[in-house]
Design a protein around this ligand. Structure first.
Ligand code: FMN
Length: 361
């Protein structure tokens, strides 16, 4: 393949920075996965490129999508012609939007179909048409959002259970699963307590405080003190859901492993604004990670972890002492899906974990 020239770089940069959402799907690969998505795609759909690449675009469909529109896409793709249609898709936070979609085939020099180019544009609310009779448009969209969210979260739980199940299933691993489900359960409690104010945003500080209280109640021994300081910050629900799962992993690790051989200790959870964004940190004064530990980066991805889990058997290890564990893989995957920066520091005493995310727009 010829290397990209300066002109190609220029075009590549422009596409990347364009405010129009664009994707490329590889027509030669099974199930036509996305191979490229620009930043505007992330802004429009709230899905990260890391999430989108490698998947078929149908993850944007949800309860609000008319199956007849999906049939039309399928038929049009078969025709091999460029086409445009508008259908209801869902953002990562579950919110429905009308997507005016243009799909254009791209052929090789020898005329074989190589890829499809897609341009996505949100059509303003005013153009979305009336809600079906019997349900107010607010009630309907709220219901659709919740349904979509439950579906996503169940899928998230199922994939976590699959990873865990491909390792030895132990009482600890079952406990870890129930803790993760509990973290998502708290999210729904928090959402429902908003009394129909919409399910887009959640008071993330209150939610994370509740997770810290629940996990410390489940896992911490009486002699371990936990201090929680969370600022009042509203975040999109999907972002908060991932932060909640991450906090629950961080805390469990601290309670399970940081105080081995110690009678007392201290864990501090903070969630606050920084000059550049928002930071979640978990600090303990325990024994610290072992010398040379790369936790949680032992396994590059959940896929990698799954492959390893299939070919290896062994003890479940969520700490990264030795081979990387399920918890570590989940942390890496969640961090990536948030587009966050994770740092694990080893001060003189204990461990400091910081997770930095961009502020909400
Ligand atoms: C380049 C490209 C972009 C697409 N973009 C979207 C999209 O934004 N929203 C959507 O619902 N489907 C989109 N699709 C369609 C789905 O990927 C898929 O083809 C459709 O759901 C029909 O196939 P299925 O019946 O196997 O799901 C896109 C397809 C291609 C090739």
């Amino acid at each position: 393949m010829p290397s990209a020239g300066a002109g190609d770089d220029l075009i590549g940069g422009a596409v990347q920075r364009s405010s129009v959402a664009m994707i490329v799907a590889d027509a030669r690969l099974e199930d036509m996965p996305i191979t490229y998505a620009n930043r505007a795609f992330e802004t429009l759909t709230l899905y990260s490129r890391e999430f989108a690449i490698g998947r078929n675009c149908r993850f944007l469909q949800g309860p609000g999508t008319d199956p007849a529109d999906v049939d039309r896409i399928r038929e049009n793709l078969r025709s091999g012609e460029e086409f445009q249609l508008t259908l209801v898709n869902h953002r990562a936070d579950g919110a429905p939007f009308r997507n005016s979609l243009l799909i254009s085939p791209v052929h090789d020099d020898d005329g074989t179909l190589a890829a499809y180019f897609g341009i996505l544009r949100a059509v303003p609310e005013a153009e979305t048409g009336p809600a079906p009779s019997g349900v107010g448009s607010d009630g309907l969209s709220l219901l659709l959002e919740l349904q979509h969210r439950v579906k996503n979260h169940l899928a998230m739980i199922v994939s976590m259970i699959r990873i865990q199940a491909s390792r030895d299933v132990t009482p600890e691993s079952l406990k870890a699963i129930s803790r993760r489900i509990e973290a998502l359960g708290l999210l729904y409690e928090e959402l429902l307590s908003r009394n129909g104010e919409g399910t887009d945003q959640i008071a993330a500080g209150a939610y994370l405080s509740r997770i810290a209280t629940v996990v410390s109640g489940l896992e911490a021994r009486g002699s371990i003190r936990t201090n929680v300081e969370c600022d009042d910050i509203d975040l999109p629900v999907e972002q908060a859901a991932r932060l909640g799962l991450l906090l629950s992993e961080f805390l469990t690790n601290a309670y399970e492993h940081a105080f081995e051989g110690r009678h007392s200790g201290y864990v501090e959870v903070r969630f606050h604004r920084t000059s550049g964004g928002i930071r979640l940190s978990v600090e303990d004064d325990g024994v610290g990670l072992p010398e040379g530990s790369t936790w949680p980066y032992g396994a590059a991805s959940i896929e990698d972890q799954r492959d390893r889990a299939r070919s290896e058997t062994g003890e479940l290890d969520t700490t990264g002492h030795g081979k990387s564990g399920v918890g570590g893989s989940i942390i890496v995957a969640l961090t990536q899906s948030l587009g966050a920066e994770l740092n694990v520091l080893r001060p003189k005493r204990g461990t400091i974990i910081t997770l930095d995310i961009d502020p909400p727009e």
